[in-house]
Design a protein around this ligand. Sequence first.
Ligand SMILES: [Zn+2]
Length: 129
Amino acid sequence: MQPSTLVPDGAEVVLESIRSDRSSITLLVHAARSQAICPHCQQPSTRIHSHYERNLADLPWNGIPVRIRLRSRRFFCVTPGCGQRIFTERLPNTLAPYARRTKRLNQTLEGFALAVVRPVPDWRDRSVS
Ligand SMILES: [Zn+2]
């Protein structure tokens, strides 16, 4: 079991601030690294194209819903000959591409789903005592 942390992966994202109201908590985070790897040529780039915000659901804190506002970046690939001109940074330990939930929330929900769909023994099976 991994230790609990405020953010999904402290090596990938940095916590900027925490906001809360009566019904929810919002974590404002950004990527920890100053560069990103182009998914096409696997070369690093530090040349930022633009910023945008992603909103993600995260694990609740003591029953209170938690949202993550991730300030994400698009980079230019500067590798000559690479077919990928612009790409979005990846944070594989925090979220999947296009995800609306953090990876750790998905893993928790998958665990619940597996517990619910576990096969029930057939009452007609006489070999079970
Ligand atoms: Zn590239």
